[in-house]
Ligand binder design. Structure first.
Ligand SMILES: NC(=O)c1ccc[n+]([C@@H]2O[C@H](COP(=O)([O-])OP(=O)(O)OC[C@H]3O[C@@H](n4cnc5c(N)ncnc54)[C@H](OP(=O)(O)O)[C@@H]3O)[C@@H](O)[C@H]2O)c1
Length: 286
């Protein structure tokens, strides 16, 4: 059996490879990497690395040989066109190589009237897969909890969260938990054959005052909630390159679209997801 993971040098894909290696032999795992220079750690650790470019179908066709199951972690782009082309290239290469099983990453913001600029892709993905003959399971992630850790010093300085989501709650999942669930989904025949979506969230969600209270407890600094407008949010983070894109995501959040709760994680893994308080305490360094 061979399981291949895309985005294997990235935050999520790297953790998926790590989680898979707890369950199966290294020689059953193929790390699909974009830039081999980013993959020296994986190659040195003994993983087979194959180079791909999602935008070049021939590279996918060549690299999907003798793969039984693909775990598709999408690239990080805010171009819906590029992302759809990426998926289409992946599906064509799977067909050519008769790869039968797919675990595909998705995101909670997939509603048809969601203003998040990538929501068209997340709406497209399940509908597109439903028209294939693949065995597939979709791992629909809530917001990653991990970026909150390096954000804490800024929040301490700001004395509060500023997400423009009003009174709405948001749901989170840690990268480790998402990766564990995705690895277990790829190894579970029943799940692979289910052709359905699994929503990966922590056991509870948070309004922003609730999240601020958890952060206050963890850091010992007062972190409240002082929301800015969607436009201001975009401007504040414009220098990071994706201010407007993130602002569009929180505009959806203000409509309740970053909220959802499910016990799929516990059903897949047999244990509870890591709670926000525990995760932040474990990772925050004063
Ligand atoms: N749920 C959430 O809250 C949340 C938050 C952030 C992101 N996401 C989504 O989660 C996914 C993974 O995020 P991440 O943080 O793990 O991203 P990341 O660390 O940037 O990793 C992306 C991976 O994709 C690879 N890649 C980029 N362009 C490629 C191409 N043309 N062909 C093949 N591989 C390519 C990168 O390889 P190189 O480094 O070698 O280019 C890298 O390994 C993304 O789709 C992102 O949009 C979700």
């Amino acid at each position: 059996m061979k399981i291949a993971v895309t985005g294997a040098t990235g935050h999520l894909g790297g953790k998926v490879v790590e989680q898979l290696s707890k369950e199966i032999d290294k020689n059953e795992i193929v790390a699909l990497v974009h830039n081999k220079n980013h993959a020296t750690r994986l190659i040195d650790a003994g993983y087979e690395g194959r180079e791909i470019d999602f935008q070049k179908q021939a590279t996918l066709v060549g690299s999907f040989q003798n793969i039984d199951t693909l775990i598709y972690v999408a690239s990080k782009t805010y171009s819906v066109f590029d992302r759809v082309r990426e998926l289409e290239n992946v599906l064509a290469a799977m067909k050519e190589n008769q790869v039968k099983n797919l675990v595909a990453m998705s995101f909670i913001a997939d509603q048809e009237d969601n203003p998040f600029i990538m929501s068209p892709f997340y709406g497209y993905l399940p509908r597109r897969l439903a028209g294939t003959k693949l065995n597939y399971a979709i791992a629909k992630n809530a917001l990653y909890a991990d970026p909150l850790v390096p954000y804490l010093p800024e929040l301490i300085e700001r004395k509060g969260l500023i997400y423009p989501v009003g009174k709405q709650a948001m749901s989170f999942i840690t990268l480790d938990d998402s990766a564990e669930a995705m690895a277990k989904m790829a190894l579970n025949e029943e799940i692979l054959k289910s052709r359905r979506t699994y929503l990966l969230t922590q056991a509870r969600s948070y309004t922003m005052p609730e999240l601020g209270a958890v952060m206050t407890e963890v850091t010992g600094h007062e972190i409240g909630y002082h929301p800015v407008s969607v436009e201001e949010f975009g401007k504040i983070y414009a220098s990071e390159g994706d201010g407007d894109e993130l602002a569009s995501m929180y505009a959806g959040g203000a409509m309740g679209y970053l909220h959802g709760l499910s016990d799929d994680f516990a059903h897949i893994t047999g244990h509870e997801p890591e709670a926000m308080e525990h995760f932040l305490k474990r990772n925050y360094r004063k």
